[in-house]
Design a protein around this ligand. Structure first.
Ligand code: FAD
Length: 461
């Protein structure tokens, strides 16, 4: 019979449950499909950085599938709405008997998949969990409801995983040459999408080495190093995980086999990724521009395009914020500590809507991931699940003293500060630094204003 693997945000061979199961029977014909939905990217505000990464992953996938003698058909369909028809045509023309795909959790993807399954009632559809360590419906409270706080969620995950450890799938065996030749694929061309930034290397072999290298040489110090943006102490695997060139289950499995004491802080981060997927699954309103917490409706965010632009461009006059935003603009990645700092600055000190920050990150990040981005922004704005308490506003001045004490990171990205003493850079609020902007707002004053405004919103809610 003919098996179709529908690839989506799982552009890899390793530990790909859908691919693995489609290849179960040696004599079956196996073909692969990717539906390119550029208009959907427009609707979701996805920028050229991540688009170019997906294209790179797709070209790579096509090549590596060819080595397995599996043809990849690419169809340009514009929007998700056209998925069911496109799949139906492919199924008809190729005589497909069964379809295999890995589940995606955001609301539009779920709607699309529901329609596809309904539309293709003649074809058997198999769904698998490939984009999270645990499935959102597996980890619930004792009363069967969703967790809203990370720590008990992670405890429940570890308990579940003790009795259901992750078992990854290896790359399927090469199929007979005729598997590749039998089909007239009728594929659309894969567009060339450009970015001026360096696209991360997401070759599967490279990623496997990157993961091993990180676990061997950095995991032990991860707990201490992970907060210092000048230290390359984190894995930098996020872009590969976001497009599914690397399996999060593989990361979890391999890291779990390392020393427990060292691996726990990193495993926890992988579970934060699961946590935000679970939030999105159980509370799908977060996918519709709404905050988890209804207090958000009572907040009157400032609408100030000029201030927003200064934040986006890294010209706020706050050294750590500017360094972080320039790292984002010049590399398409930002250190986690700094994502929290710049998000707090935008939402608390500038009192600008978190959705503006979320949208800018979506446009710029290679590793853009709806759940983690939305979760991170709602956390920072104190409107999400398990959010930062509203009265705890990050102070960028003390953040930079604590996490970039020698101002090394700041000097790297804010080149106009290179000639200044570290102590002067840290005194940016009091001391004028030549050729560098003055802070665009008073940090203490705006902090107090934010806390008061949030308090009023809370009492109105
Ligand atoms: P590591 O420290 O090596 O962590 C390993 C992996 O765990 C990461 O690659 C990521 O997949 C996951 N992870 C780590 N921290 C988190 C977290 N706090 N929440 C969810 N998953 C996590 N991460 C994204 O992948 N895409 C986003 O669009 C995104 N937007 C964010 C926006 C804000 C406002 C904040 C505060 C955080 C955001 N994060 C996002 C989470 C985090 O900043 C990045 O995952 C991390 O910086 C990636 O670097 P790394 O791969 O070196 O991480």
């Amino acid at each position: 019979s003919v098996q179709l693997v529908w690839f989506r945000n799982d552009l890899r061979l390793d530990d790909n449950p859908a691919l693995h199961h489609a290849c179960n029977r040696k004599d079956d014909q196996v073909i692969a499909l990717y539906l390119l939905s550029e208009q959907q990217w427009d609707n979701h505000g996805v920028g050229n950085n991540q688009r170019s990464l997906i294209i790179k992953a797709l070209l790579q996938l096509k090549k590596s599938l060819k080595q397995l003698n599996i043809p990849l058909i690419v169809k340009s369909i514009g929007q998700f709405d056209n998925s069911a028809n496109a799949l139906s045509e492919v199924c008809k023309s190729q005589g497909v008997d069964e379809i295999h795909f890995n589940i995606e959790y955001p609301i539009n993807e779920r709607r699309r998949d529901k329609l596809v399954v309904e539309h293709l009632s003649q074809v058997k559809c198999h769904r698998y969990v490939g984009d999270s360590v645990t499935a959102p419906w597996q980890i619930t409270t004792q009363s069967n409801s969703a967790f809203k706080v990370f720590t008990p969620f992670s405890k429940a995950c570890y308990t579940y995983l003790d009795s259901n450890p992750v078992h990854c799938y290896s790359i399927p065996d090469k199929r007979d040459a005729q598997n590749f030749n039998v089909i007239n694929t009728g594929s659309d061309p894969i567009p060339d999408i450009k970015t001026s930034l360096n696209i991360p290397n997401i070759d599967e072999n490279f990623l496997a080495n990157q993961l091993d290298g990180f676990l061997e040489s950095k995991l032990e110090d991860y707990k201490d190093d992970r907060d210092y943006p000048y230290v390359p102490g984190t894995s930098k695997l996020s872009a590969a995980l976001a497009v599914g060139a690397l399996s999060v289950r593989r990361c979890f499995e391999v890291a779990s086999n390392s020393d427990k004491e060292y691996s726990k802080p990193w495993l926890n981060e992988l579970l934060w990724r699961d946590f935000y997927r679970s939030v999105m699954w159980h509370f799908p309103h977060v996918c519709q521009g709404k905050a988890f917490n209804s207090v958000d409706k009572y907040i009157n965010w400032n609408k100030d395009d000029a201030q927003l632009k200064r934040w986006q461009q890294g010209n706020t006059g706050i050294p750590i914020v500017d360094a972080a935003m320039r790292q984002l603009n010049e590399t398409g990645w930002m250190h986690n500590r700094l994502r929290m700092v710049v998000a707090s600055f935008l939402t608390k000190n500038l009192w600008i809507d978190w959705r503006e920050g979320e949208a800018y990150f979506t446009q710029m990040l290679f590793d853009y991931d709806f759940a983690s981005n939305n979760g991170g922004w709602q956390w920072s704005a104190s409107v999400g699940t398990d959010a930062a308490p509203y009265f705890r506003v990050f102070n960028p001045a003390s953040q930079q003293q604590k996490f970039d004490p020698k101002a090394e990171f700041i000097r790297k990205w804010v080149t106009e500060l290179q000639g200044f003493e570290t102590s002067d850079i840290h005194k940016f609020e009091k001391k004028a630094l030549q050729n560098y902007e003055k802070p665009m707002v008073d940090l203490k004053f705006t902090r107090k204003l934010a806390i008061d405004s949030f308090k009023s919103a809370k009492s109105a809610a």
